[in-house]
Design a protein around this ligand. Structure first.
Ligand code: NDP
Length: 471
């Protein structure tokens, strides 16, 4: 196993030129390694290298870029087990279930699908006097700022469409989870031309230097609303275009005709995949009063039957919370609900001296309480009873967060009627968080702007050029 973690700049493995920092396993507390850190000068060097590499990369015939990206998919496939083990050790999600091997499958899938998508020239207008064609061109240098929850998959979501259309990329992983990502980029660099994909590493300050760089033309960002707003401000300087995926506080609405047993597994994983540390998890559950106790009982049964532990071991399906900041946030929200008289149905007490927090279902909570209104991004779900579906829709739409939502019921037409009244970038029916590489995904309101995936996602990493011909 590699123990020296290097950056990739211009096809070379290089050490960080600032003080390295330690990365720990959240399940065991053991030291995993020292991550390189970059000074501002190194960030500038990384941007200069991708800028220099960009014209030749963009000039490659499309078929050649597709072939190279297909090779990236092969490299990811060949190294899936190795990289999945890094994800589990560093991020905490188990190898099994919807865990790190699943994350690697997504990395491969999203990479492959990008080679099946094309952006042909569109004719916007044509008559006897003129023809106006819309061409899609690369933007240039892309800065990718990835979070710690799905570190490799979200990096791939940012990198691959950008490369596919002829941009070059500097990626900064989160300081909580840099190691697996650095390893992935090292492996990918074995098949890409030098300088096409570089990494820098370190704290948020390193990201700040990167997104402000005058040569950065596009920022792909997934993370918090607070950092998203800083990136918007930074973009006033370099006019970088932005795709901002800022998480959400997704409502899931269970209609009176839903079958609690039938939906329990889907609801559970919709809320607790990756221990709830997922942008599009169900984070507020609205259940019709006629089904309230039945849904709670069904979820409780799934929660208590799902094994939690060190995800390197067989049979484990739930891991630790990834970091202390997130863990403390979850503890504080659960405590505030408890103090305000909410019912802790299951869970509620963290394991001492660890980052393990049991799946926690909290009933008899109301809108306006911190656990409902703030994004918990962890293994706790508030369950709110409603009497009339219009009340559930009103409450679901009450918050600024608007990434996803879901509606659960037996009558799909009725569920769709409700779905169309919800303010969210995606509304799933009888599933939650079911993203797909061909389907555009992105938030509205406070959840950010721009979409990823599919043709829309590919367009978002291009600029248009109109060629207007007089006849
Ligand atoms: P951040 O938004 O701070 O981190 C996301 C990424 O942005 C990381 O790579 C981070 O680097 C980087 N970053 C931080 N500051 C800057 C900056 N000024 N300019 C450019 N990049 C920067 O989120 P946190 O990790 O602090 O988590 C806070 C909350 O955000 C969570 O509790 C959760 O609610 C939400 N979140 C949402 C995610 C989503 O999927 N939408 C993912 C992660 C968090 P570094 O980590 O090194 O500081």
């Amino acid at each position: 196993m590699t123990t020296t973690f290097a950056l990739q700049i211009n096809g070379q493995a290089v050490p960080g030129d600032a003080a390295s920092f330690a990365v720990y396993n959240p399940a065991t507390g053991s030291l995993l390694g020292d991550a390189p850190a970059s000074s501002p000068a190194q960030v500038h060097a990384a941007v200069a290298a991708v800028r220099a590499a960009q014209p030749a990369w963009a000039a490659l015939p499309d078929a050649e870029r597709k072939a190279l990206i297909s090779r990236v998919a092969e490299v990811l496939t060949e190294n899936s087990q190795y990289l999945a083990e890094w994800i589990t050790r560093e991020q905490g999600k188990p190898l099994a279930g919807p865990g790190s091997l699943f994350e690697m499958q997504a990395c491969v899938g999203w990479t492959q699908v990008s080679t099946m998508l094309d952006l042909p020239v569109e004719v916007a207008f044509e008559d006897d006097t003129r023809r106006d064609e819309v061409h899609r061109k690369p933007i240039g240098v892309v800065a990718a700022i990835a979070p710690w929850n799905w570190p490799l998959m979200i990096a791939i979501w940012q990198i691959i469409p950008s490369l596919r259309v002829g941009n070059t990329v500097v990626l900064k992983p989160s300081e909580y989870t840099p190691l697996g990502t650095l390893e992935m980029v090292r492996l990918i660099n074995q098949v890409l031309p030098p300088g096409v994909l570089n990494t820098v590493s370190g704290s948020g300050d390193v990201g700040d230097v990167l997104v402000r760089h005058p040569d950065v033309r596009k920022v792909m960002f997934t993370g918090s609303g607070a950092t998203g707003r800083k990136i918007i401000e930074a973009s006033a300087g370099n006019m970088a275009r932005l795709t901002l995926e800022l998480g959400g506080n997704d409502a899931a609405i269970v209609l009176p005709d839903a079958d609690p047993q039938a939906i329990a597994q889907g609801l559970f994983w919709g809320a607790f995949i990756n221990m709830g540390q997922t942008c599009a998890c169900a984070k507020r559950l609205y259940v019709h009063e006629s089904q309230y106790e039945a849904v709670i009982a069904a979820l409780k049964a799934v929660a208590e039957a799902t094994p939690m532990g060190d995800g390197m071991h067989d049979g484990i399906l739930l891991g630790p919370v990834q970091n202390r900041m997130q863990f403390d946030k979850v503890c504080a929200l659960v405590e505030s609900a408890r103090r305000n008289g909410a019912r802790i149905v299951t869970g509620g007490q963290p394991k001492p001296d660890s980052l393990f927090f049991p799946i926690t279902l909290v009933a008899d909570v109301k809108d306006g309480s911190p656990l409902v209104d703030e994004e918990q991004f962890g293994p706790v779900l508030p369950i709110i009873a409603y009497g009339d579906v219009s009340e559930a829709i009103r409450n679901a739409n009450r918050l600024d967060a608007a990434l996803g939502a879901s509606v659960w019921g037996s009558n799909v037409q009725e569920a769709q009627r409700v779905a169309m009244q919800l303010e969210a970038g995606t509304v799933w029916i009888n599933q939650h968080g079911a993203v797909h590489p061909m389907v555009p995904f992105g938030g509205i309101k406070g959840s950010g702007y721009g979409v990823e995936f599919g043709i829309e996602g590919l367009k978002a990493v291009t600029v248009t050029q109109v060629i207007s011909i007089k006849k």
